[in-house]
Design a protein around this ligand. Structure first.
Ligand SMILES: [Zn+2]
Length: 409
């Protein structure tokens, strides 16, 4: 088989295009394939599809194609321009590449697969033999393509949450589709305006389709949900994990305070026990469990706070909101009569928002999906490591978690 014919086949070239020349450079491990069309060919106008005569050709251009036997393969062609009576002089559409791309469609598809499978952008780069900018450009284009194709589907169950972009500062706000496990909107910051910026990315029909929305207990997201979601008050569910996290933090505050006090009296019973109170029992080793039991028996304030926190878990085990409310009031009465100030504060916070905590019994949603996406996002942070640009981080989240149709054509 002639090499021109071989390349004709592996490039999957459509008529009227044919391979005119193949140059193999074994030294540089590179193949240059020149593609042409016969003289007198007409091409459809890219605007109206009407068959038009070739007007002229632009300068020769090149596209990186899939490697042939580890040889970097470059496609060369002079794109024809047609003259349409209605639309004037336009560049004809080329079947092997998207407009303005430096890669063939097949290469971009492959690059997307490699990016999805790679742990790092750098890893993808070394497989693709592309520069950082080229790789990133393919990723950005894939996201833009996916977003342009995205249809406005109903969003019955969503979650809104914040995520630190850099440690402890610089937040972004995300809205998740809890059924599809996808990130549907992202905005900068974590205040009411950030929430608004996320919600405003949806159509009125989508906002109306929301039946339940999971979130933490921060006032900011409550406020923007009420602004955008009709009857939000009946749809907000304060996320179980966030509520329990507040309770855990309160236990830790009690421990810190008590530990400080005990140490002043030369008592180090709470030294090195932090993780014992914060780790759930089923995750403790036998040794740790024995150690926990020993400290717990001392009847310290920390142990009491821990017991109340554990008791609170039952709030989510009730069949209906009425029963859950009764349970909470009982728990509240007990906690409020203790000296455990941090826990009392949490109890008051929950009481204030109780209707939207026990609404879990009706909607049964949590941001657990988001926790799954969160770990994915953490790995994205590692993947884009070194490139600490917020816009790139957002783009990467859409690429990996957006559920978008990323491929060209
Ligand atoms: Zn036209």
């Amino acid at each position: 088989m002639q090499e021109t014919e071989f390349y004709q086949q592996i490039l999957g070239l459509e008529q009227p295009w044919f391979v005119a020349d193949v140059k193999l450079d074994t030294e540089a491990q590179r193949v240059d394939v020149t593609v042409e069309h016969p003289e007198g060919t007409s091409f459809p106008c890219p605007e109206c599809g009407k068959s038009c005569a070739v007007y002229d050709h632009t300068a020769s251009r090149r596209w990186r194609h899939l490697d042939t036997m580890q040889f970097r393969t470059i496609l060369h062609a002079q794109p024809p321009r047609v003259k349409c009576a209605k639309h004037g002089v336009k560049q004809a559409r080329l079947p092997w590449a998207e407009k303005n791309s430096r890669f063939t469609i097949l290469f971009e598809r492959f690059a997307i697969d490699v990016l999805v499978a790679s742990q790092t952008i750098k890893g993808a780069q070394s497989i693709l033999r592309t520069s950082w900018d080229e790789t990133w450009h393919i990723l950005e284009k894939a996201v833009a393509r996916g977003k342009a194709r995205k249809t406005q589907e109903p969003l019955p169950r969503i979650g809104i949450d914040e995520k630190a972009f850099r440690k402890g500062q610089n937040y972004i706000t995300l809205i998740y589709d809890l059924d599809r496990s996808t990130v549907e909107a992202i905005s900068d910051g974590n205040d009411t305006e950030s929430g608004n910026a996320c919600f405003s990315q949806f159509s009125p029909q989508q906002l109306e389709s929301v039946e339940a929305i999971a979130m933490d207990m921060s006032a900011a997201f409550v406020k923007s949900a009420k602004q955008y979601i009709p009857l939000a008050e009946t749809k907000i569910v304060h996320d179980r994990f966030h509520v329990m996290k507040l309770a855990s933090e309160a236990v830790d505050k009690v421990r810190r305070g008590e530990h400080r006090q005990l140490k002043q009296e030369g008592d180090d019973r709470l030294t090195g026990t932090r993780y014992l109170w914060l780790t759930s029992q089923e995750n403790l080793t036998d040794d740790q469990k024995a150690r926990f039991d020993l400290v717990y028996k001392q009847e310290l304030e920390t142990g009491k706070a821990w017991a109340y926190k554990e008791m609170l878990r039952d709030l989510w085990h009730h069949g209906d909101a009425g029963a859950a409310t009764l349970f909470f009031h009982d728990w509240y009465r007990r906690v409020i009569h203790t000296k455990l100030d941090p826990l009392k504060k949490v109890a008051r916070t929950i009481k204030e928002r109780l209707a939207n905590v026990v609404s879990y019994c009706t909607h049964e949603i949590t941001n657990a999906v988001a926790e799954g996406i969160n770990s994915k996002i953490m790995s994205i942070k590692r993947r884009v490591g070194g490139y600490r640009n917020r816009e790139n981080f957002k783009t990467a989240i859409y690429f990996y978690c957006g559920g978008l149709k990323l491929y060209p054509q």
